[in-house]
Ligand binder design. Structure first.
Ligand code: FAD
Length: 461
């Protein structure tokens, strides 16, 4: 029953996020290929239940494609293995940019937001009334007093809880790996799901000139890391899934353009199969009063925030609002139509190539104009990334390192071809705006390309 509630709430929340920021939660048709009629019936049953629970509008409800339609619309799907498909509406979310949009929105409402600042200890006894934090860039320490302290550190929730004193771990971490290929190596027209014999489902998603594929789901028995390593097994699992689903020549690990791994913070429930562990969220109040929020789904973040606010009201001497704003837009979210319409408008109005325009629309939404006013020259010949984006990232999105710009602001690392060639021009523009010395520029490039290479270290074998 609890799982139904999670599905219902997250399904309807996705629509709210899409209303607030259409560019960050983009509706796409998701193609689920099926081999047999019985399988098709089962998938339709699940999708129908999901649509009813989530209140999906009639025109957005699923379709079934027979063999001829499947062949016409997704010709690459192996027609010998799959005779039909169930096609349903899903939202593709840009997680890092959704977080940024919320942080900027919070700052606009008066919040003070710190980047690269790590909480290292709690202050106050018996109740914690401040955190001690260290700036990872300057190494300066600060003590920040607070009426309520909320620990929302994802996979790091348990290490932060231990700052209150000895506690048992409550999280279990599951690694998810994605691989990026050139889109012409796997040219899908829609988002395609790949049902696996072990019961998992992987996704193939087109994004500009890239197609990314993922994800794995394997338990990790060690401390959380920002960049968990990607093994040959992870890569093999994903590439074999592609071969099972598509009629394509075997893809070699050396063809992978970029890769990344993340850790899902799941609440331990005694289940050992990561796919079976509930994606529920929970809130715990620690001995010294710190409120921890853990688990959950990204798209359920507003509901989790609401529960955190209720817990603060019940436990701490501070006043907080009653619920997240229902109406209004996140920064960049206010425009007519969908991302494709906005991209066409930008391309026409500003005489830009459609790929550059589409990038601007999907990353920045209605703020594209501000970016263009900061600079509209490609950062290097042939690039779709323009110099205004780098300036914007520094001035308005708190980017402080090349890694911030390359990975979490422009998303170039994962979705642009020959991404490492963009590091030098990006770093030069950053240097002009921040006064970085030539040595600092070299350090930033070396550090960021080391991260990029380490994610692809499976190619060295
Ligand atoms: C591969 C993969 C696929 C996923 N797919 C989906 C999906 O399809 N749909 C969905 O809804 N969810 C999905 N998720 C889950 C979703 O990404 C997570 O639920 C979500 O990111 C959790 O958000 P969070 O803010 O709690 O944690 P995070 O996003 O991990 O953020 C935690 C933050 O806390 C910071 N931090 C850690 N320690 C400290 C400290 N001491 N001081 C200060 N800051 C600290 C970290 O630097 C980090 O920025 C997926 C996750 C993974 C890994």
């Amino acid at each position: 029953m609890g799982e139904f509630r999670i599905v219902r709430k997250t399904a309807s929340e996705r629509k709210v996020i899409h209303r607030m920021a259409k560019h960050l939660a983009e509706p796409r048709w998701m193609v689920y290929p099926t081999a047999k009629r019985s399988e098709q019936a089962l998938v339709r049953l699940g999708v129908t239940a999901y649509e009813l629970l989530g209140g999906v509008a009639r025109h957005e409800r699923h379709q079934t494609w027979g063999r001829a339609v499947l062949k016409a619309r997704e010709p690459l799907i192996d027609q010998r293995a799959f005779r039909s498909a169930v096609v349903f509406r899903e939202y593709v979310t840009d997680d890092a940019r959704l977080v940024l949009a919320n942080l900027r929105d919070a700052a606009a409402q008066g919040a003070v937001v710190l980047n690269h600042c790590r909480v290292v200890d709690l202050r106050g006894d018996p109740k914690a009334s401040a955190v001690q934090a260290t700036c990872n860039l300057t190494r300066r320490n600060v003590t920040i007093g607070a009426g309520a302290i909320v620990n929302a550190s994802g996979p790091w929730v348990d290490p932060v809880r231990r700052m209150e004193g000895p506690v048992d771990d409550r999280l279990i971490l599951s690694k998810g790996v994605h691989l990026t290929l050139a889109s012409d190596r796997l040219p899908v027209n829609n988002t395609v799901t790949m049902p696996m014999p072990d019961g998992r489902t992987l996704f193939v998603v087109r994004r500009g000139e890239a197609t990314y594929v993922g994800t794995t789901d394997t338990l990790v028995d060690r401390d959380p890391e920002v960049w968990p390593s990607i093994t040959d097994e992870d890569v093999d699992y994903i590439l074999r899934a592609v071969e099972r689903t598509f009629d394509v020549a075997s893809i070699e690990p050396s063809e992978v353009q970029a890769a990344w791994a993340g850790l899902r913070p799941l609440i331990a429930d005694g289940e050992n199969n990561p796919g079976e562990i509930s994606r529920k969220d929970e809130i715990w109040v620690g001995e010294r009063g710190m409120i921890t929020v853990a688990g959950g789904k990204l798209t359920g973040y507003r509901l989790m925030a609401e529960k955190v606010a209720e817990t603060i009201r019940a436990n701490a001497p501070v006043s907080v609002g009653t619920s997240p704003r229902e109406s209004g837009y996140l920064p960049g979210g206010e425009f007519d139509g969908e991302v494709g319409d906005l991209a066409a408008h930008i391309s026409q109005q500003h005489n830009l190539g459609i790929h550059t325009a589409h990038r601007l629309a999907s990353l920045y939404g209605s703020e594209y104009d501000d970016i263009l006013s900061l600079g509209r020259d490609p950062i290097c010949p042939g690039s779709k990334i323009i110099d205004g984006e780098i300036v914007w990232a520094i001035e308005y999105e708190g980017a402080a390192t090349l890694e911030d710009v390359f990975y979490r602001r422009t998303r170039a690392a994962w979705y642009e071809p020959n991404a490492c060639e963009l590091l030098q021009p990006m770093a030069s523009i950053m240097a002009q705006h921040t006064g970085w010395s030539p040595e600092r520029v070299e350090q930033e490039i070396a550090a960021t390309s080391a991260v990029f290479r380490s994610e692809l270290s499976f190619q060295a074998a």
